[in-house]
Design a protein around this ligand. Structure first.
Ligand SMILES: Cc1ncc(COP(=O)(O)O)c(C=O)c1O
Length: 410
């Protein structure tokens, strides 16, 4: 594997296997070694003086600019992101969101934030960005006229996420990005759920796409990292700001992320198939009012998912028919094969009690059902998010079935 320059036309699986594997970085082995380095040494004072004049990946300079392990990971992510000129790595997904927004916004700007964005993204708008003189405004991404009307001459960027955090509705991303561009604003998408395998963000008109690599790319629940990819002009700005902020990721974690990346397509396919089977099963249960899974026909946003996405993943939610928080928590506690935890995207299944109403400014919880007859009434609001891993879906269904008994009988 010495030439990864012609991967562009290859199928996603082929690209994932070959991406970032330059022979000058891997040498005679398959993976780039872990280059642990703060200091890069120079042959002479003349070479030292030359060092700072070249600021690009692939050149040794000083540890903060990384070394072949980190360069290989960012090049691999660029090669699987159609339309990207480069990818910046961050020490977590939240650090990627902060790094991107601190690149494109200035004091006095307005940032439009999708109301169903990941809560720490919302909190960043109200906290960090507000403290730096930026005004966050929340909008309903399903209400396009209201979104269009929310722009003003100070709107510099829009933060999008699809499907919505916890509530999982899919919005019309190409249209939201088109409107942002027409209004002179930069669109930023948190594409952690789909990854570039499931949604080719830059090709669909998004300006900057970011991911929490902590989730699907790491894939084994053992690292934290984030990334942001963009075309040439915005990539250069992201990279410059990341250098000013001192952003760096460890080579050990970069090597783990590269290892996870090589099986991303297989894991996502398996988790998507299992999640859909479990979502279909849940949708037939009397205890369940609504299943919020973009891949499930009739779920909120399914038609847009089918139109715009090329894949899914194992993360979806459902809402109980009636009951209360205690019954919902009994269900989660009774699960045997699911861990209880905030994360997702690992090989193991997880469950999380959810109350999205606490994190919304203008969107209703639960979402409007897409298909009639509407089964949802006011008491149907206690939700659970499931992250489906690589276990056999029949075993997961059996586990959910026995836990439903705990939900209905204290
Ligand atoms: C959609 C989404 N974006 C970003 C993040 C943040 O990633 P990290 O935990 O690596 O900071 C998360 C974490 O749960 C997430 O779900």
């Amino acid at each position: 594997m010495s030439d990864t320059s012609n991967l562009e036309d290859a199928a996603p699986g082929t690209r994932i296997v070959g991406a970032g594997r330059r022979q000058e970085w891997t040498g005679p082995v398959v993976n780039p070694p872990v280059w642990r380095a703060s200091t890069h040494l120079y042959e002479s004072t003349a070479a030292l003086a030359e060092g700072p004049r070249h600021n690009e990946d692939g050149r040794f300079f000083y540890g903060r600019r990384g070394a072949p392990t980190q360069w290989a990971l960012s090049e691999a992510l660029t090669q699987i992101e159609p339309g990207a000129a480069g990818t910046v790595l961050y020490p977590s997904g939240v650090a990627a969101i902060a790094g991107v927004l601190l690149t494109v916004l200035r004091p006095g700007d307005v940032l439009l934030i999708s109301d169903n964005a990941y809560d720490p993204s919302r909190a960043m708008g109200k906290g960090l960005l507000h403290d730096f003189g930026i005004e966050p405004r929340f909008f309903d991404p399903l209400d396009i006229p209201a979104y269009e009307a929310a722009f003003c001459e100070r709107t510099r960027a829009v933060l999008l996420e699809a499907p919505g955090s916890l509530s999982m509705e899919v919005c019309d991303l190409p249209e939201l990005a088109r409107i942002a561009r027409a209004k002179g604003a930069i669109s930023v998408l948190d594409n952690t759920w789909a990854s570039p395998l499931g949604f080719q963000a830059l090709e669909k008109g998004i300006d900057i796409t970011l991911m929490a690599l902590t989730k699907h790319v790491g894939g084994h629940s053992d690292l934290m990292m984030g990334s942001a990819s963009a075309g040439p002009e915005l990539y250069a700005r992201l990279r410059a700001r990341a250098q000013q902020l001192g952003t760096v990721v460890s080579p050990d974690d970069a090597a783990l992320a590269l290892r996870g990346l090589r099986t991303l397509h297989l894991r996502l396919k398996q988790e998507t198939d299992s999640a859909l089977a479990i979502a279909q099963w849940l949708s037939q249960r009397a205890e369940v009012a609504q299943v919020l899974c973009p891949m499930l026909p009739g779920a909120p946003g399914h038609d847009l998912w089918k139109r715009d996405f090329t894949g899914g993943c194992g993360l979806f939610s459902f809402v109980f028919k009636g009951g209360d928080a205690a019954a919902r928590n009994r269900f989660v506690d009774a699960l045997g094969l699911f861990g209880i935890g905030f994360s997702w995207g690992g090989y193991e299944s997880l469950a999380l009690p959810i109350d999205p109403a606490a994190y919304r400014s203008c969107m209703a919880w639960p979402p409007e059902p897409a298909s009639a007859p509407a089964p949802v009434s006011a008491g149907d609001r206690f939700g659970v998010r499931l992250a489906i891993g690589l276990e056999d879906p029949a075993d997961l269904i059996a586990d959910i079935e026995q836990a439903l008994t705990a939900w209905s009988a204290p």
